[in-house]
Design a protein around this ligand. Sequence first.
Ligand code: MLC
Ligand code: AMP
Length: 521
Amino acid sequence: MSNHNLFSALRAAFPTDLTAVAVETDDGLSYSWLDLDRATAMMANLLQSLDLPEGSRVAVQVEKSVEAMILYLATLRAGYVFLPLNTAYQSAEIEYFIGNAEPAVVVCSGAHFGWVSKIAFKAGTQHVFTLNEDRTGSLLDRAARHSDQHKPVVRTADDLAAILYTSGTTGRSKGAMLTHGNMLSNALTLKDYWGWTKSGGPEGRGDVLIHALPIFHVHGLFVAIHGALINGSKMIWMAKFDPQRAIANMAKATVFMGVPTLYVRMLAEASLNKAAVKNMRLFVAGSAPLLIETFTEWQTRTGHTILERYGMSETAMLTSNPYAADDRYAKQSERRGGTVGFPLPDVSLRVRGENEQNMPVGEIGDIQVKGPNVFKGYWRMPEKTAEEFTGDGYFKTGDVGKFDERGYVTIVGRSKDLIISGGYNVYPAEIEGYINEMPGVTESAVVGVPHPDFGEVGVAVLIAKSGADLQPDAIVAELKAKLANFKIPKRCFVVAELPRNTMGKVQKNLLREQYKGLFAS
Ligand code: MLC
Ligand code: AMP
């Protein structure tokens, strides 16, 4: 029986020369392919020695480090399910994820061990390890005692590899269940589509990726890491994005991936010019809309055209602008600003109207998708899963868009009430829930408004109970104590009333219009 474990496919793509550098960190450390192989083996052996039940979740909230990536790969290798958590999440958020996913293993930073382990043990987790940015912690201590030989556990394409939590329009976060097959199919498609070259290949030199994104979401964890590994390509690893250092790294790299905010920040640097990018082959953007101004300015300053693509946690990548003209895929080679390109090979994407009819070219409707990359469903939420799929098996993305006459897809908005701020998702319903519980608040509405750095940020508008003296600063401070920092509205207003339609529903579009100039650059 062949093994569909994603790790096996990634491992098979390692270059023949295992002593070559696989990862070089910004602060001067270097890891060979052999190091990755041995370290993942030791960690996989540690996980297996714990005698965990089949399908166990390994929940991880740690700062970005190569060891954290190794933990991800080791979890795959040992056949368990990886559950990454944003480092900004605070205790109430972590309590929900751990309570919902019931992980058998939790890994956190040493600094957070006290509160995280308390939550984990309460939820029935048996093992809590620590892993710090400086390569210390109980996880590495324990793994060091295990063998560096390990045979990847056999998995089918349909077995779970990861759970990514993502929120919905209402209610709590849902865990999107991604399989080994989902991720491998997407990685192989992008390998071809984006023209990766392997080191030691016929071109003489291979691609080198600047890895600048966090590794708890699809973009940094899957698109970037799988992209490099499935091509045997080296990574330059930045623990934290810094525009000046990212630009300096381009002298020895060929591929960069980022959310639009990273491009906006690099454009603000005088060192970004054609000479700085002369070694680069490809700039990829996604996770949030790339403004046409950013797209055009990047072209002018660097001579490179950013390739924008579109995806989501439930599906990994769905569409991409073309890398080059290729009869097999795109009919066009043009990367068109303001579009997210063509549906990827194997992805079926349709734009549907209110009566579930396919919309004609140029007309706007709901984006629905089907393909080997589309997730298996929401963790322990079969009803929610059923609601989000059509009768004929298409996933309703919650994004609204259209096709143009050449087949390019443009995202024009979202039917889900979601703010995307610097590439992170913020769900107004969640923030409103916290604000509405505060004493003195009658009701609130959180809306997204344009922001020059983050693309979009949240603004809270609320009504006070009669006689209550609500101070916007105090409300923000209270939210900061409970929620991840990127979710905090950047401004808060107390008003006499909220605009409503005849049904009494708050008209968020009017609020967005009213506050759209707040952060004009
Ligand atoms: C940080 N802050 C943010 C923010 N990030 N505010 C709004 N939105 C954000 N995204 C605020 C903090 O709250 C803090 O405010 C202040 O900025 C400094 O925090 P920081 O952590 O030091 O910020 P910084 O390092 O500058 O982070 C900015 C960033 C980061 C752009 C580098 O947000 C980032 O890495 N974004 C990438 C997200 C990503 O990878 N998304 C992919 C999702 S996958 P205060 O007031 O507390 O000081 C997906 C699917 C797909 O969507 O298609 O790819
Ligand atoms: P997440 O749930 O974090 O995976 O976020 C996925 C959402 O990000 C998608 O449903 C889109 O709304 C949005 N998104 C991703 N890429 C793009 C893009 N290139 N342009 C516009 N929106 C995007």
